[in-house]
Design a protein around this ligand. Structure first.
Ligand SMILES: [Fe+2]
Ligand SMILES: [Fe+2]
Length: 188
């Protein structure tokens, strides 16, 4: 299926704040780059990039409605962490509003925040694109970006170590999906 990427760009531009739109543009670029490097479907990676944060600035109640609509059930940790909702909400939003129902795209968007224990290469590309896009600034961004562009599984392993460590340091709960992802990637 051909996707109208220009239409998705326009929707992101009109829906998101300037800062979030710029982040989205950067994630799309990085997702295309990583998809090409690892032989994933570039178009699907770019669709996921354009739409991954489309619900991020919606009121929480609305996010909850969208994710419930597509049958997603939150675990107790996710319930207490509204920041993890927007990827799941985007699945309901884009399938209903745009007719985008490709399960690979929806899966990559759904798990771009929490990760999960059964990630495809497309999921990994989108997850790492979000973490290493050019707008990102955090202490280890340069080595993390280099790793993401060199070795997919080791990059996911490092990303999960970083993500879980961050949750621990902030005394936050670890959702079941993140916990499973951590265990899967530590085995690499
Ligand atoms: Fe996000
Ligand atoms: Fe993002």
């Amino acid at each position: 299926m051909e996707y109208d990427l220009k239409k998705l760009d326009k929707l992101a531009k009109k829906t998101l704040s300037a800062k979030r739109y710029y982040h989205t543009q950067c994630v799309v670029q990085q997702a295309q780059k990583l998809a090409r490097l690892y032989g994933c479907d570039e178009q699907k990676a770019m669709v996921a990039g354009w739409m991954h944060d489309i619900c991020k600035e919606m009121p929480r109640e609305e996010q909850l409605q969208w994710l419930t609509k597509c049958g997603i059930i939150l675990d107790s940790v996710q319930e207490s962490q509204p920041k993890t909702w927007h990827g799941m909400a985007a699945c309901g939003f884009i399938s209903e509003k745009l007719g985008i129902t490709d399960p690979e795209i929806l899966h990559a968007i759904r798990f771009h925040t929490t990760a999960c224990g059964h990630m495809t290469e497309l999921d990994e590309v989108v997850y790492l694109a979000d973490l290493t896009s050019v707008d990102r600034v955090y202490p280890d961004i340069l080595p993390m970006r280099k790793l993401a562009e060199t070795a997919l599984k080791p990059a996911m392993k490092e990303a999960m170590r970083y993500a879980v460590n961050d949750l621990v340091e902030r005394s936050l709960g670890i959702s079941f999906d993140t916990f499973q992802a951590y265990n899967v990637y530590m085995a690499y």
